[in-house]
Design a protein around this ligand. Structure first.
Ligand SMILES: [Zn+2]
Length: 573
């Protein structure tokens, strides 16, 4: 619930690191029982990578509850990803304890589950994107694969000091572009076999070193890492995936996230926010749906459809519909979180200027390779009518220090493609809280059914504990997790006082692994040929025979890695 101390963030501006830090700490100060903020590690340049742990600690410790993780901004310039995670933090804090439908849902969520929020995994890259002279590199600011600055070629940068990086065009009979007949501001591709027109060479805005008057090659950024290629699953070297880094988790930002998630086995589902494309991406990244474990695929489809309905973004498979090249696969966080850990995972690519311009029938990656001129005209109209003509900047003459007379203009990818314009950022961020909350509420949750104590003799007792998974998902979350042996069955433990000879176990072991608990998701419809035989697959019972004096109190715990813990006490009488 909002208090007078709750921060009221702006969602139409991006926060620099210091302001973001202050904001997160202000949430923790205003709502100490609900929010705690901790650094999970330092970035390459030494900035803290913050994670906000959100749960009602009055109802149990964060680690004792099943958990949902969301992160954003692993890619430097994808700042709206931070906005989306911050927006959820604010919704959770504002909604908890309120009496609307949404408020009751959030209250139940934070009473029974934990949400870990990492709004900015890559603070260095974001800081560069927010600098006075911004640069939009892919990821980390560490130079990679080599230290050396380029000695020749075109280095992409803002040449006229207007804070934007646009395009340069130069008239050239061998150029691949021409002015569009319908709107001369637009550069469109020359047709196969076409000749005799007025053509242009188009290249990114930038400076040239050692220019010989002929050859222009655009230099890659010296900061060539892609942190999303540095995860441990399906990791491949630079020649197979650009930006991989020297070895998996070599980069401190990735190492911090991997470490945190490994140390928090209660995390059963996660989302990484990126920009852009306006699409929800689900595993797998390297295999077809035909090769997925069917139960996991069904589960993914169910939650993905829910995401599509609640967010308005289509949900697609990375392997089937989101490859950068038909013969290449993309690997990253999704492979690690699902394939290694067997937790549910999605990538959300926020924002689609195409859709904003009224282009409905487009295929994400393919569209960027080639699309009809009509689409460009729609985008130009959108720029004129909704972005004050700034998404596509009209060409203007510029005297370039190396190239001479050129024109600067074209699409402002930095400010209108990578992120929505300021007035649309909150609208995009607001698409996801309902979906995240519903995923998190579906996570397995261990609950105490009852304890029983029965006297078998004057100092001999049968002690039983029964627990249940009250969640929709099974305690192991996916079959992949079972196959990879990452989650144990429910672990029962009875705590006998140390060094007290009068108290001992007659039968049973102090710690016992029980079964894997199912959730209440129906396995079949009621018309299915065979009934579901495992009617109480969500329950487990353990018993011990204890010798102890009457009145002895014993602590018992039950824990399932992804479903949380139950702590109770029995009195022997
Ligand atoms: Zn990204």
């Amino acid at each position: 619930m909002i208090s007078s101390r709750t921060p009221i963030p702006r969602f139409d501006t991006f926060y620099k690191h210091d302001a973001l830090t202050e904001l997160l700490l202000a949430y923790a100060q205003a709502h100490p029982t609900l929010v705690s903020v901790a650094s999970i590690g330092k970035s390459f340049e030494g900035r803290d990578i913050w994670v906000a742990t959100v749960t009602n600690t009055a109802n149990g410790a964060a680690e004792d509850k099943p958990a949902f993780w969301a992160d954003g901004n692993i890619h430097a310039a994808e700042l709206t990803a931070s906005t989306a995670v911050l927006y959820y933090l604010h919704q959770l804090v504002a909604g908890h304890g309120t009496n609307t439908d949404e408020g009751r849902q959030i209250t139940h969520l934070l009473d029974t589950r934990t949400v870990y929020l990492c709004p900015r995994l890559n603070p260095d890259g974001a800081e560069l994107a927010l600098a006075d002279k911004p640069r939009h590199i892919r990821s980390s600011t560490r130079r990679y694969p080599f230290d050396d600055a380029p000695v020749d070629g075109l280095t992409v940068e803002d040449m006229d000091g207007d804070g934007r990086i646009l395009f340069m065009r130069i008239p050239d009979p061998h150029g691949g572009y021409k002015k569009c007949a319908a709107d001369p501001r637009l550069m469109v591709a020359r047709q196969p076999g076409e000749f005799g027109g007025e053509y242009y060479r188009v290249m990114p805005e930038g400076s040239l070193k050692h220019y010989d008057g002929l050859a222009v090659r655009v230099n890659p950024d010296v900061e060539g890492l892609d942190l999303n290629r540095n995860f441990p699953t399906q990791w491949r070297q630079e020649h197979e995936q650009v930006g991989a880094g020297p070895y998996p988790t070599s980069e401190p930002e990735v190492r911090a996230m991997v470490d945190f998630i490994v140390k928090h086995p209660n995390i059963g589902a996660a989302i990484s926010y990126h920009t852009h494309s306006g699409v929800i991406l689900r595993p797998m990244g390297t295999q077809s749906d035909d090769d997925m474990i069917p139960e996991d695929l069904w589960s993914y489809k169910r939650f993905s459809e829910l995401g599509a309905k609640l967010s308005g973004y289509p949900a697609i498979s990375i392997w089937h519909e989101f490859k950068y090249h038909p013969k290449e696969v993309i690997t990253g966080t999704q492979d690690w979180v699902y394939e290694h850990l067997g937790a549910l995972f999605w990538v959300v690519e926020i924002w689609s200027p195409n859709k904003e311009a009224g282009i409905t029938d487009y295929k994400w990656v393919d569209w960027y390779r080639e699309h009809p001129v009509e689409d460009d005209l729609k985008l130009l109209k959108w720029s004129d009518e909704h972005c004050a003509g700034q998404a596509h900047v009209d060409w203007k003459p510029f005297l370039h220090p190396q190239l001479g007379a050129v024109e600067l203009g074209g699409w402002d990818k930095m400010n209108f493609w990578r992120n929505p314009p300021p007035h649309l950022r909150e609208r995009e961020a607001a698409r996801f809280p309902a979906w995240m909350t519903q995923i998190a509420l579906s996570l397995p949750k261990l609950e105490l059914l009852r304890t029983e104590v029965r006297a078998l003799g004057p100092d001999t007792w049968r002690v039983r504990i029964a627990v249940a998974n009250s969640g929709w998902l099974p305690a192991y979350v996916t079959k992949r997790a079972l196959a990879r042996k990452v989650t144990r069955g429910v672990m029962f433990e009875i705590h006998l006082p140390e060094g007290d000879a009068a108290v001992s176990l007659v039968s049973g072991k102090p710690r016992v692994e029980g079964p894997q608990l199912e959730g209440h998701a129906p396995k079949n419809s009621l018309q299915a040929f065979l009934p579901n035989r495992d009617v109480t697959g969500d329950r487990a019972v353990n018993e011990w025979i204890v010798r102890a004096p009457q009145g002895t109190r014993l602590a018992i715990t039950a824990r399932a890695d992804r479903a949380g813990a139950v702590r109770t006490e029995v009195s022997l009488d």
